[in-house]
Design a protein around this ligand. Sequence first.
Ligand code: 6CS
Length: 339
Amino acid sequence: MRSFNRKLLTGVGAAALMMAGVLSAQAESWKYAFEESLTEVQGVYATKFKEEIEKNSDHTLQLFPYGTLGESADIMEQAQAGILQFVDQSPGFTGALIPEAQVFFVPYLLPTDQAHLARFYKESKAINEDFEELYAKQGLELLVMFPEGEVAMTTKEPVKGCEDLNEVKFRVMTNPLLVESYKAFGATPTPLPWGEVYGGLQTNIIQGQENPTFFLYSTKIYEVTDHITYTGHNNFTTAVMANKDFYEGLSDEDKKVVEDAAATAYDYIVDYQKGLAEEELAKIKKAKPEMTVTVLDEEQRSCFKEAAKDVEAKFIEMTGDSGKAILDQLKADLEATKG
Ligand code: 6CS
């Protein structure tokens, strides 16, 4: 319709065609980039989202997995500029843009129980109202946040407590609060984009990193580290958003298609991840039997839990009243969704 030569149209015919154009939504091609491969959790979410959009509208969605358009920071810039309509960027990379998003890195704030987490992200006021407003100020329509699993540390030397992180250059996502966390844990935090992690471990520029279990297997990070340690200090959170101008320009019908697709893909990804960490850990053990796997007990966790108090104070210092309000709301939401 847009490319139709209107000069050829006259009178009633033109009016009828223009009306038809208004009534029948224009089929468009949208772009969605994310930070993982097509078969990793963000990719599985995106694939389901695409399926739902294409099933329920005439629009098509083109998916851009990790690396095809650059690092996480690059795809966020492209989404803010409107080159991409959708982007998945984890709060681990959003700290500079939206300081309050660092709240997800206050250690031991989020539970490890996946069922509790699933209810929390879906029902949380902090996420669905407060963060929505903060993302909107950056030209982004926050569609969903979802969990990707408990993070584990992988290191070259065993970790039984904070003292074992002394002098360990530990890669973190580019997030000031995560830097503070690992400082408080006793390590030397080294913020890097994902693309530099495998090589950094291989060449010993860094000696540790953290990520959910599925990612330790899919990215073969176990090849360049020897010990996996579960401290229970965090769950990986990610966020999917649309360019706000693009979203605002959609018809109500298309907005509903997008929202419904996000909600359906959320339920799908929560279900998809049931048992995933255990399955992927078994694959790591099979691929590298000498890899050690340690779940720290309460006593071994005590210094990480102690450090968490300082990190929480640091978060409030960094973000002021707005951060404190989000933190309090998040705690209330976690309590309300305990089940
Ligand atoms: O650690 C990271 O940078 C990456 N971790 C995950 C689980 N997803 C994407 C992100 O880039």
